[in-house]
Design a protein around this ligand. Structure first.
Ligand code: BES
Ligand code: MG
Ligand code: ZN
Length: 480
């Protein structure tokens, strides 16, 4: 169930309240007893206590201090994290609604606080026998603040919904979400958002000679799919589309290079890029942003089977490139390559691919950010990086020098599907770049896509990373 954020211009005597403050002098006296008021002030100053909870019988009153911070991006993140932290005590006390009081006229921060609460309030209860027992009670967050527009609140609800849709898809196991089901989910989302969805089945994929996607699919009992989710508004600001390509490996066993020990454990998340790009376009369409955007998601599982593709196979890709397979676990780039060369037909303004592509990216920066590379897209990358700071889905730029191309040259084919041990995230990016001729940004989300344990405003499981990023990026195109 989604947490709904609204605005309100009055506070009733029974509303549960959260006072958001950085400085105790801004805390209004009239809601507290003398003792409470004095207690808040001294405990905050002396003991750096930041959260206060008072049960007034008719209602609950919370005081949440947030550290002062001059940097806007860091400050907004402090508010999101504070919202996520306080959420636990609202649910523990079985509250359904709460009013957040912006005591310091900080509308953006108040929105960020609500965003943190709503993102943290997400639950995936589909596979609980008694979901009602576990269900968080909080369902509505009202904002008492000057300077928040209805549009801002609408967009925030929409992008949170998109992020939660993405998380749902990532959290679904393969037993439910195979490539066909994945595409059907996009169809449902397209209907709900008025976006056009086209799905290619195996036959069509064969006709299009998408050798990479078909090779990875050879070991599967389920057919592959290739989905296109398109939002084309009446008067778009762009005449060439922005295209987002997402990796849709619904489960990655590694194939013949089968993953050992617990490396296979969370590999249901290997479609997180595909889920993110489709959810971003879904959100952009629901918000009716006047920008032409397209998500493309090639999807299959990567399995071990008698007929699975093997090392040494040479695959003719959609664009004719001959790829030598050195490692069947480097499957993401095989399926993405076909989608990237297919994207050429749109003459895109920019293509961004989003993929849980390499362990190398995880080892380099962990779950704290997205590994990014780009070619012919200097300015767009700068703007995307700015969106990354704004929503705290930060980009770490990796070098993308030509030298890395040498590492994927093949003796028998044109290129091989892995480089060496050095710069694994980058050689993967270089492999993808081979199939592009347009401005291109590659985002490796293997680190932040999935959390084993809850973290900040991310409950354990799929994080929904890149939905808020892409939404903000496209939104920034229209607001200047
Ligand atoms: N899906 C994995 C990458 C991954 C690792 C995602 C950890 C999320 C968390 C990808 O398909 C993969 O197996 N990559 C290999 C590439 C290697 C064979 C060159 C890897 O990183 O080990
Ligand atoms: Mg793999
Ligand atoms: Zn993979």
């Amino acid at each position: 169930m989604q947490t709904i954020i609204t605005t309100t211009d009055r506070i009733s005597a029974t509303d549960n309240l959260i006072f958001l403050v950085t400085d105790s002098k801004n805390l209004p006296e009239k809601y507290f007893s003398k003792e409470e008021y004095a207690y808040v002030k001294t405990s905050q100053k002396k003991h750096k206590k930041n959260t206060f909870v008072f049960n007034h019988f008719k209602r609950w009153i919370f005081v949440q201090f947030v550290e002062k911070e001059r940097n806007t991006a860091l400050r907004l993140e402090n508010y999101r994290v504070a919202g996520a932290k306080l959420l636990g005590s609202l649910n523990n006390n079985k509250l359904h609604t709460v009013v957040v009081v912006d005591t310091e006229e900080k509308p953006k921060e108040t929105l960020a606080f609500a965003e943190g609460m709503a993102l943290a309030n997400y639950q995936f209860l589909k596979y609980k026998n008694n979901p009602a027992e576990k269900l968080n009670t909080l369902n509505t967050v009202e904002l008492f603040s000057k300077g928040i527009s209805d549009k801002e609140v609408d967009n925030l609800n929409i992008v949170i919904d998109g992020t939660c849709k993405c998380r749902d898809l990532v959290n679904e196991p393969l037993a439910y979400l195979n490539a066909v089901k994945f595409a059907e989910e996009f169809e449902k989302m397209g209907k709900a958002a008025d976006a056009k969805v086209e799905i290619f089945n195996k036959k069509k994929i064969e006709t299009l000679k998408m050798g990479g996607l078909l090779a990875v699919n050879k070991g599967s009992v389920d057919p592959p799919t290739f989905s296109i989710v398109e939002w084309k508004p009446k008067n778009p600001i762009n005449n060439k589309p922005y295209i987002f390509v997402g990796k849709g490996v619904v489960f990655d066993t590694g194939g013949m290079n089968v993953k050992t020990a617990d490396y296979m454990n969370n590999m249901k998340c290997d479609m997180a890029g595909g889920a993110a790009v489709a959810s971003a376009v879904y959100a952009i369409a629901r918000a009716a942003l006047p920008v032409h955007v397209i998500a493309i998601v090639p999807a299959t599982d990567n399995r071990v089977d008698g007929n699975a593709y093997v090392n040494g196979d040479i695959i003719t890709m959609h664009d004719g490139t001959k790829v030598e397979v050195i490692n069947t676990d480097a499957e993401g780039r095989m399926i993405l390559a076909d989608a990237l060369s297919y994207a050429k037909k749109y003459e895109p303004h920019l293509v961004i691919d989003v993929a849980t592509l390499t362990g190398s990216a995880v080892r380099a920066i962990g779950k704290y950010g997205i590994v990014g590379m780009h070619s012919k897209a200097e300015n767009e990358f700068k703007q995307l990086r700015k969106s990354g700071e704004t929503v705290c889905e930060r980009l770490a730029e990796f070098p993308f020098w030509k030298d890395y191309e040498d590492l994927i040259k093949s003796e028998v084919g044109d290129i091989k599907n892995i480089g060496g041990v050095e710069g694994g995230a980058i050689t993967a990016g270089k492999f993808l770049e081979h199939f592009t001729d347009y401005p291109f940004i590659h985002l490796d989300i293997a680190g932040p896509a999935f959390n084993e344990k809850s973290y900040k405003y991310f409950p354990a499981g799929g994080s929904g990373v890149a939905v808020r990023l892409l939404f903000d990026f496209i939104k920034s195109k229209i607001s200047g």
